[in-house]
Design a protein around this ligand. Structure first.
Ligand SMILES: [Zn+2]
Length: 263
């Protein structure tokens, strides 16, 4: 069944993410009702149970301190508490280097969603500028992620910039000491940057991945020209989201029509 309502929680904290355009896009593509909501983390301002202190402690406890070790529920250090307090009050002060355990963060957001809306009638998509990572059992380390598809789904505006790798030549030239501004100019077409005017267009593919996950349990596609492609490289992200004329592969285009027709 199509979700009765898709909620977009506006916690991306970048002017480049234009929520009204995403709402129009999702409405058109899915036929669902779509609503904007304020940053999910601002809930502590309304709810007596979710006090600032409680949220601060939780966020401190799910930080990743070592990307090659799985540690959970660490005791917060004073500097960490101060950082979380400051950034809850002013989320634009967040810095990309702070990583959270992705599924713990996703569970934390789940509990901030109103209880009566925690059901399949509702698709909750949470935008955040927090960076998160998930543990990879094969190479035994955390990897930063742009999104996590679950209930709710999380999309990180910082992760979209930082998680998919930039071209190898970029890192090589950076190591050789080429000035960041020169690199930026040279590789502009190859990666997404902060406050990038292409961010909203790119994010359309990620909200559709969340939608497909909600409807079918599978958010991804193998086709590099489909918006559902799971990009590990920035160049793949640019290709899948900005350079294909048809948006989706034939299989997913057909599936989208069927999902809409059945509801
Ligand atoms: Zn596809």
């Amino acid at each position: 069944m199509l979700p009765q309502t898709i909620f977009l929680y506006d916690g991306g904290w970048t002017k480049a993410l234009y929520i009204p355009e995403l709402i129009d896009y999702l409405k058109k593509k899915t036929g669902s009702h779509v609503e904007r909501r304020s940053d999910c983390l601002s809930t502590f301002k309304k709810s007596p149970q979710d006090t600032l202190e409680k949220i601060v402690l939780k966020l401190c406890s799910i930080r990743i301190r070592n990307i090659v070790a799985q540690e959970t529920d660490c005791k917060p250090l004073p500097g960490e508490r101060a950082y979380e307090e400051k950034t809850l009050l002013d989320p634009t002060k967040r810095i990309p280097g702070i990583l959270y355990e992705g599924f713990a963060l996703q569970q934390f957001y789940f509990h901030l969603i109103p209880e009566e809306e925690r059901k399949s009638d509702f698709l909750h998509i949470i935008f955040t500028n927090q960076m998160f990572a998930t543990w990879d059992r094969n190479d035994r380390r955390y990897h930063a992620r742009a999104s996590i598809y679950s209930y709710p789904s999380l999309i990180s505006t910082t992760g979209l910039v930082e998680a998919p790798a930039k071209p190898r030549e970029y890192y090589l030239k950076r190591q050789m000491g080429v000035h960041p501004e020169i690199l930026k100019e040279e590789f502009r077409e190859s990666y997404l940057d902060y406050e990038d005017e292409r961010l909203t267009e790119v994010t359309k593919g990620y909200v559709m991945q969340a939608f497909f996950f909600h409807m079918t349990g599978d958010p991804f596609c193998e086709d590099k020209r489909c918006r559902l492609f799971n990009a590990h490289w920035q160049e793949e992200l640019i290709q899948a989201q900005l350079k294909t004329g048809s948006e989706f592969c034939t299989f997913h285009e057909d599936m989208l029509h069927k999902l809409k027709a059945d509801c």
